[in-house]
Each structure stands twice: as structure tokens, then as C-alpha cells.
Ligand binder design. Structure first.
Ligand code: ADP
Ligand code: MG
Length: 700
């Protein structure tokens, strides 16, 4: 029996090139058209060797006068060519017989490469070459960002095709940008055609720094797409419904909590509290980002918001990214609310089945008014009785899917809960305007009173002994110390062995030291591989003051609050990002004692630190202001750091630079609502063109 012949697939199978294009996100014609060159090569002219400058990339036409393979110092093909003005030696360390054939003595060739050597005789290493003659192109040759397996000539052809087929009709008039490029007005089509194939008279600098008016058009387009998509999501949200959580008068939980707090709110806390209360009293779901520097007192603001929610008869959930952080919130909230008669439930991934079942029952019946936990809070099995307010701490550590899951926890009555997101990484204004344009932002711009500023010292690793002496002095006065071990990204195992070693070293160095009251000093170790109970035990002992020095790998546990800790040592500080360093530093200086942060750095085998590491450490020593730090971090590292899991990298800006394109951003922000109101179909087309399916990411 013979099998029937297999049917031909309806579409041709994907070639390796198609797959590579897809990997670059180049699927639609418009994607190809918007894939812009990294740089250009000038093949438009032939240079004479006697006019070449050292190090210049040139193209020559010349006759081969010598072609031989030598073996010293290693196997190579050496070709000498003469262009009538001078001789140039071409060297190839890898070559095929076909090369030798094309470069036989007497052949006329066109050669492109970097001219080196000057008066010692010109040479080019691995130049590209082809037979001489043929037309010279009129435009510069684009060099595109690519991936392995996708050669430039294939990509060039694909881009050219995309550019020809894509619908490039303008969604806004060139004249709308006249304030940025008064002399020439660029349509999208003209800008793209120019940027893919610029004429050789253009200043290459204006292309590489994106200041050319054609670039301005593209950056404006990109920023407009982003603003439009966020505006759309903001408007979509306005159509959603949420429970109205109006403050009620007299004897409320909110009032009793406020009265029971051991401190008065700062003016900033009071103001932000009102902003939140105002949002929650509306029937549109709140999407508010509460930003405040480490130690600014976000927790109490969250607790007061929760109280308003519970006063209105609804449930509130608080989710934190790690168990330690969640537990800390839990204890704090429990301490404040339990005396006021509130039942609180606790949920983590590691709790025992029996305890968990009990918690789930409390939540489902509505007896627990407040639920605190880790990601466990959003699991399917968790059924809320009536969730109306969801609070997310360290919001950038959660992804889009998790936020959506939390919002989906109030499915009945087609409503969504109010959402309060908190972050200790203040977001610079330009970033807030672009990536967070769909959120309302509240800022705690004032620290609670009585904090002493932290003194930050940048110290070479070579002086580690002095640092240990300093620790001894601190702990003998009854103070506590954090020692943060280096971040070793490649290897968790290495991380651990490092921390263990440091722990042992410190224990040995401080051996025999006691506190003022004569009790021996304990050194604790906290690392990411420890079972949660052990972590909890160590943290607990540190909080109670039993452990004097806590060695930790703990970039993860950034929310801990131990006011008696007055010294933080960060080892290999050069490996951390600015915002991370600032957050870590915020663990000290929480009490009245003078606090210090020591940034230990090591240059490794290098003679000195890299430029960016030096800038980071310098910034840390110069300022304690989280906003200033955030601004510098944006400058040094770009926006990726701030956005964290909020967005997939794909949805990030490709062309516009938030540090320099502020004016264009302002333009886009003003333009977006006008376009959306007056020409909704053009707005939709614009978003689709620029973001395609990625627009969804920006909305969550
Ligand atoms: P963060 O904003 O980093 O989450 P926390 O909420 O943990 O800060 O607050 C830091 C510390 O400051 C806590 O010990 C908290 O109880 C205390 N605190 C908060 N608000 C005030 C205030 N208005 N006055 C005095 N102390 C406060
Ligand atoms: Mg906090």
C-alpha cells in the first residue's frame, strides 16, 4: 500500500532568514521599514591612495600586482594592489581559493576597508572587494542591526521590500513639527527613505546622534505612538467601574488608626493620603503610583488607605515581592490593626497546607478584611469575598500578568478593584510622562522628622581591615551593621560561597568582641538559597538585636526596617546599579543615630574603575536625594532599570532618548489627545503602525 502523497503546505516553510527576521521583530512590512540603520558605509566614491588619511574607511580601484600565500608569522593571503597613485597591501588571515582567483595578478578590483599605515605603506586588513567597474551608488550604504544568520545583504533587500510595500501615509502633517525643524518639513515616507539611503552630502554626525530633522520626525512618531497608547488605556480605564469607597464620618477605623499611630503624619503623607482617598471615592478604578524614597513612610499611607476600604465594608489585599518584605508588612499592619479589631490573613507560597486552608477560608468568607502576602495572593485558589483595594509594594518587581491577575480578583458585578502601586525608586519626570502616563502619581517628597543624614564613603577594597575595625567600634556601642555581599550575576552558587566566606571572615575578625553589656556578638548570614524559615529566623534575630552584624546576599530583601542599624557596608559596590545602591543604603539612617554607608569597591585586574562605575559611586557619595539619584541613573543607564518588569523590552523606546528629547515628548503629550479626539482612525492607525501587538503591554 502506498501512502497518499503529502499535501503541499499552504504557505511556504519558513526559511532560516525568515526566522532571523522574526527574531528581530521584523514581521510586517512596516516593521521592516522602521528598522533603521546603525550606521552607514560610503561606497559612493573612489578615493585615491595618495589622498587617503590614516584610519579612514575608503574605497579604491586598483590593479593586483602581487598575490601570494605566506606562512610566517602565520598563514595568510597577501595581495598588493596599485591604484596609480600608490600601493596598498591587503591581508587576509582566512580565505578561500575563490579569493585567490578573484585577486589574481592583473585583475582590476574595487576594494573597501580601513586604510592603515600611511607613509610606511598602506595596508588593509580583511577588506571587502569585488571586480572593478560598475556604477557607484548615489546613496550611503546602510548597515542594519542584525542577528546571527542574517547577512546584511539579505536584510537590506528585505528592508527595501518592506519600505516599498508598507503604507507610509502620514498620520500627522509635517508642519506639526515645524518648531523642531523649521527649514525642511519631513513626511514619514521622506524621512524613512532618507534614513535608509541618505545622500553622501549629509553630516554623518547628525545621523549618528539622531539630531537630523528626519530623525526628529521618527522620534516624534514614536513618542506620539506611546502617548496615544497610554491615553487610550487611560480612557479605557475611565469606562471601568470600581466600588465607591467613600470615607465615612465618626469613629471609623481610619480615624482610630490615625489616633493610635505613635507618630504624626508628615505633611507629605497627609497630602498623599488625601489624593488616594479622593480616587477611591470615585466609581472609576484608581491606578495610582505612590513613589517615595526609602524610609519615606509608604507603609502607613497604605494602611490608612486600607482602613478607608475596610470602613466601607470591603476587603483589601497587599502584595509584596518577597516573603521577608511581605512578613514585615504583615507584622506592622497586624500591630496597628489587630488592636482595632481587624482580622488579617497571611498568604505565602511556603506556608503549611493546613494554615493555608484556614487562611483561604477566612478570605472567602470575608472575615479577614485585610490579606497580606507574596505572589500567593493572586493564585487562582484565592477567592476574595469582596476585594476593593489592591496594594502592590515594590511594583516594578511584578509583571504585567501579575497586575492583571490582581485586577481580575473582583470579577463579580463587572467591577475592578482600586490599585495602589508603591515604589521606592522615584521615577524621573520624563520617564513618568512617557511610560507611566496612564497612571496617576503621588509623591512622598519628605522624610519623617528626626532622621540623621547618612554619610557615604567610597573605600578601596584594600582597606577592608579598617572597615572591619569600624564595625567593631559600632557594635561595641550596641549598634547593628549590614554587610551586603557582591552581586555575582552569573552564579548563585558563587554568590553563596562568597557570602559564606565573608561571614566566616567577619566572625573570625570579630571573635571575642562583646557588646557593652558583655554579651557575645552574633554574626548572621542571609542568602537567597536558605529555606524561608531560616531566613525568617535570622531576620527575626537581627530585628530583636540578638544578631549584631547581618551578612547578606540580599539585593532581594530591600524593604527591611531595623532602626537600630547604623552602618551598611556594600562589598563590590561597583557592581550595583545606582538605584539599587540607594535602596540598600536606605536600610540605615532609620533611627536617630548617625549612620554611615561604606561602598567598598575593587578594580579587579583593571588599573581603575570603569567610567560609569566611578560616576555611580561618586553620585552616591554626593547626594542622599532619591530623585537626584534617579535622574543620574537614567542618564548613566537608560530607562531599563526603572521599568523593570513593567514592560517587555520590545515596548521600549527605540529611537527617542528621554534624557534629551524632552521637547519632543512634550509635543507628543500635547498632540496625542488632539489626534485621538479629532481623528480617531488616524490615531488607531498610528498606534497600530508603531506598536502593533505590543500596544497591549503598555496598557496593563
Ligand atoms: P518606606 O517608604 O521605605 O516603605 P516605611 O513605611 O517602612 O518606609 O517607614 C520607615 C519608618 O518610618 C518606619 O519605621 C515607620 O514606622 C516610620 N514612619 C513612617 N511615617 C512616620 C512619621 N510620620 N513619623 C515618624 N516615623 C514614621
Ligand atoms: Mg516599604
Amino acid at each position: 500500500m502506498s501512502e497518499p502523497a503529502p499535501k503541499k503546505p499552504a504557505t511556504a516553510p519558513k526559511t532560516a532568514h525568515d526566522k532571523a527576521l522574526e527574531k528581530l521583530g521584523l514581521v510586517r512590512d512596516i516593521d521592516l521599514a522602521l528598522h533603521l540603520p546603525l550606521r552607514y558605509e560610503d561606497e559612493t566614491r573612489i578615493t585615491k591612495l595618495d589622498e587617503a588619511r590614516e584610519g579612514e574607511h575608503i574605497q579604491i580601484e586598483a590593479t593586483v600586482i602581487e598575490c601570494e600565500v605566506t606562512f610566517r608569522p602565520r598563514r595568510q593571503l597577501i595581495v598588493k594592489v596599485n591604484d596609480g597613485t600608490d600601493i596598498c597591501t591587503l591581508r587576509f588571515f582566512s580565505f578561500y581559493p575563490s579569493h585567490q582567483k578573484a585577486l589574481e595578478v592583473g585583475k582590476r578590483v574595487r576594494v573597501r576597508g580601513e586604510a592603515k599605515g600611511g607613509f610606511l605603506g598602506w595596508t588593509m586588513l580583511h577588506p571587502s572587494f569585488k571586480a572593478a567597474g560598475g556604477n557607484l551608488p548615489a546613496a550611503l550604504t546602510p548597515v542594519y542591526p542584525t542577528v546571527a544568520g542574517l547577512p546584511q545583504h539579505v536584510l537590506r533587500k528585505a528592508v527595501l521590500g518592506g519600505l516599498a510595500r508598507a503604507d507610509l501615509a502620514d498620520t500627522f502633517e509635517p508642519g506639526d513639527l515645524s518648531q523642531f525643524s523649521p527649514h525642511t518639513l519631513w513626511t514619514l515616507r521622506a524621512a524613512l527613505q532618507f534614513l535608509h539611503h541618505p545622500t553622501p552630502d549629509v553630516s554623518l554626525d547628525t545621523l549618528s546622534d539622531h539630531s537630523h530633522p528626519a530623525w526628529q520626525r521618527l522620534k516624534a512618531e514614536e513618542l506620539l505612538a506611546q502617548q496615544l497608547s497610554q491615553l487610550q488605556s487611560r480612557r479605557a480605564r475611565a469606562a471601568l467601574r470600581a466600588p465607591v469607597l467613600a470615607e465615612v464620618a465618626g469613629g471609623t477605623l481610619h480615624a482610630r488608626l490615625l489616633a493610635a499611630l505613635p507618630f504624626a503624619l508628615t505633611a507629605a503623607q497627609a497630602r498623599v493620603g488625601q489624593e488616594i482617598a479622593h480616587d477611591m471615592a470615585r466609581h472609576v478604578p484608581m491606578h495610582r503610583l505612590l513613589q517615595g524614597d526609602v524610609g519615606a513612610g509608604k507603609t502607613v499611607v497604605a494602611a490608612l488607605a486600607a482602613a478607608i476600604c475596610m470602613d466601607a465594608g470591603w476587603q483589601c489585599a497587599l502584595m509584596a515581592p518577597t516573603e521577608i518584605l511581605a512578613e514585615q508588612h504583615f507584622r506592622k499592619l497586624l500591630g496597628w490593626l489587630e488592636p482595632l479589631g481587624i482580622t488579617t490573613a497571611w498568604l505565602t507560597g511556603t506556608q503549611k497546607a493546613k494554615e493555608r486552608r484556614a487562611m483561604l477560608a477566612l478570605i472567602e468568607s470575608g472575615e479577614a478584611k485585610l490579606v497580606v502576602g507574596t505572589h500567593a495572593v493572586i493564585q487562582e485558589k484565592v477567592h476574595f469575598h469582596n476585594l476593593a483595594l489592591a496594594i502592590i509594594d515594590e511594583q516594578h518587581r511584578f509583571g504585567v500578568a501579575q497586575r492583571l491577575a490582581l485586577r481580575g480578583k473582583l470579577k463579580h458585578e463587572a467591577m475592578e478593584p482600586h490599585l495602589l502601586m508603591m515604589t521606592a525608586t522615584p521615577i524621573p519626570r520624563t520617564l513618568a510622562m512617557s511610560y507611566y502616563a496612564d497612571l496617576d502619581v503621588s509623591t512622598l517628597d519628605e522624610l519623617p522628622p528626626g532622621r540623621t543624614p547618612i554619610v557615604t564613603k567610597v573605600v578601596n577594597e584594600a582597606r577592608r581591615d579598617e572597615v572591619i575595625e569600624r564595625i567593631r567600634a559600632q557594635v561595641s556601642e550596641g549598634r547593628q551593621v549590614y554587610w551586603v555581599c557582591p552581586l555575582i550575576e552569573e552564579s548563585e552558587a558563587l554568590d553563596l560561597s562568597n557570602a559564606t566566606q565573608t561571614h566566616a571572615d567577619l566572625a573570625a575578625a570579630l571573635n571575642g568582641a562583646t557588646r557593652a553589656d558583655g554579651t557575645p556578638l552574633l554574626i548572621g548570614l542571609l542568602h537567597s538559597r536558605m529555606p524561608p524559615e531560616d531566613k525568617k529566623a535570622v531576620m527575626g534575630a537581627f530585628k530583636e538585636g540578638l544578631v549584631a552584624v547581618l551578612v547578606s546576599t540580599t539585593v532581594i530583601e530591600v524593604g527591611v526596617d531595623v532602626p537600630n542599624a547604623s552602618l551598611m557596608v556594600i562589598e563590590h559596590a561597583e557592581r550595583f546599579g545606582l538605584s539599587q545602591l540607594h535602596q540598600l543604603r536606605g536600610r540605615v539612617g532609620r533611627g536617630a543615630a548617625a549612620s554611615a554607608c561604606v561602598l567598598l569597591y575593587s578594580t579587579g585586574d583593571a588599573p581603575r574603575l570603569s567610567q560609569s562605575a566611578r560616576e555611580r559611586l561618586k553620585a552616591m557619595a554626593e547626594t542622599n536625594d532619591g530623585f537626584e539619584i534617579a535622574r543620574r541613573d537614567l542618564e548613566i543607564r537608560g530607562p531599563g532599570e526603572f521599568l523593570g518588569a513593567r514592560q517587555s523590552g520590545e515596548a521600549m523606546l527605540r529611537f527617542a532618548d528621554l534624557a534629551t528629547d524632552t521637547a519632543l515628548l512634550e509635543w507628543a503629550k500635547a498632540e496625542a489627545p488632539m489626534l485621538l479626539d479629532r481623528h480617531p482612525h488616524l490615531a488607531a492607525k498610528h498606534v497600530q503602525r508603531w506598536l502593533g501587538g505590543k500596544a497591549e503591554f503598555l496598557k496593563a
